[in-house]
Design a protein around this ligand. Sequence first.
Ligand code: PLP
Length: 480
Amino acid sequence: MKDQERAPLYEALEEHRNKRIAHFDVPGHKGGRGNKMLKHFLGEDCLRADVNSMKPLDNLCHPVSVIRQAQELAAEAFGAREAMFIVNGTTAAVQAMIMSVCKAGDKIIMPRNVHRSAINALVICGAVPVYVNPGVNKRLGIPLGMKNEDIEAAVRENPDAKAILINNPTYYGVCSDLAFIVKLAHEHNMKVLVDEAHGTHFYFGEDLPLSAMAAGADMSAVSMHKTGGSLTQSSMLLTGEGINSDYVRQIVNLTQTTSGSYLLLSSLDLARKNLSLNGKEMFKKTIDHAEYAREEINNIGGYYAYSKELIDGEYIHDFDATKLSVYTRDIGLAGIEVYDLLRDEYDIQIEFGDLGNILAIVSAGDRNLEIERLISAMSEIKRLYSKDPAGMFDHEYITPHVSTLPQQAFYSEKESLPLEECQGRICGEFAMCYPPGIPILAPGELITAEIISYIRYAKSKGCFMTGTEDINMNNIQVIR
Ligand SMILES: Cc1ncc(COP(=O)(O)O)c(C=O)c1O
């Protein structure tokens, strides 16, 4: 057992900061002296910790000392064989997982409700997606997990697939049957890659869904910055037995910066220490907060704050009770409208709102005061703004029609057409609401009338539309 009280990278950085070293290296702000405005904004302590890699502080691309030790502690804390610190978001970790096991033409089985980073990886490396449609909850309209029989069928029909990729959990909190998928995949010589952008807490809390490493998965991309307490953009890539992590590092280094931020890296080290020492009680508090808020929001009436009662043993194997996901459509408001009202009228910023749901991220950093503010704002929103729900769009997920591979479509000759004229054409780019960042359209998919009306509706409700070359998404790039 390693000493989880230690934080070797943070300790080395702290020691460095306390020395009176004359810096003739980058960054040029030199502890903030070269940019007084930034120093004033972020504080001198912060800027003096913003240094470049040097021998006593190791090197992210080729870790041999303090970064390596910090990663070893993280690996132990997460029950992984190895852990790699990532400073380019979980996007980079997801892409590295896929690019480590798939080359051009290799198949990968995945649900279609993946984050854009997974499909981006297919554009970059030329792998071929075999989509398993997630179930959709008819009332909530949200995409769920993958059913075991559907994955079995995909494996049977694609015995040459290299890997299965899974969300654990989805943004809304839904988990597929990870243990089953790992067993099935390994029996068929496939790797299991897990997008745990929203699942860091599974490794430390109690009564939470199974984590990827505990399930025996091969790799996992873990957003420490989301629910693990590290700084935004810092993330981790975990590897299990049977993965050559030295090769994975080569893949990571194809695109990773050679100037890894020590602010981000030390935040990973300290977040791991905090989770190891305090995670159990932090996530107990988180679940208690979320359960309380769920109960109170359900008592308001009209809303539906959902949780484990959704588990159906099919498309929902488990549910992450820390997620405060709330269905809003029955009060005649799209989730994005509630999201906007909460921020504009009540100074409450939540994680996202889509067409029928909102998601509030609850953590140990919340106090009763904030939870009560959220509940009373939701109550007032219902009283002041609820409408007749007739005519509202009732689903978030549209089954895609894939006609061309993502890489081929992305690099095809394209033309830009007004949205209204795109029906029947093949999309050459991404279109999505962000968050959650699940593509409505990915390169190579048929643009249908339903998709056009979804985009029109999402825009009219105020969703933040991203992915297209046209910043306003009035036009879409289609294949010529
Ligand atoms: C499921 C999922 N995977 C990956 C990512 C990418 O994470 P990051 O924003 O840290 O790059 C996100 C971001 O929201 C996500 O929701």
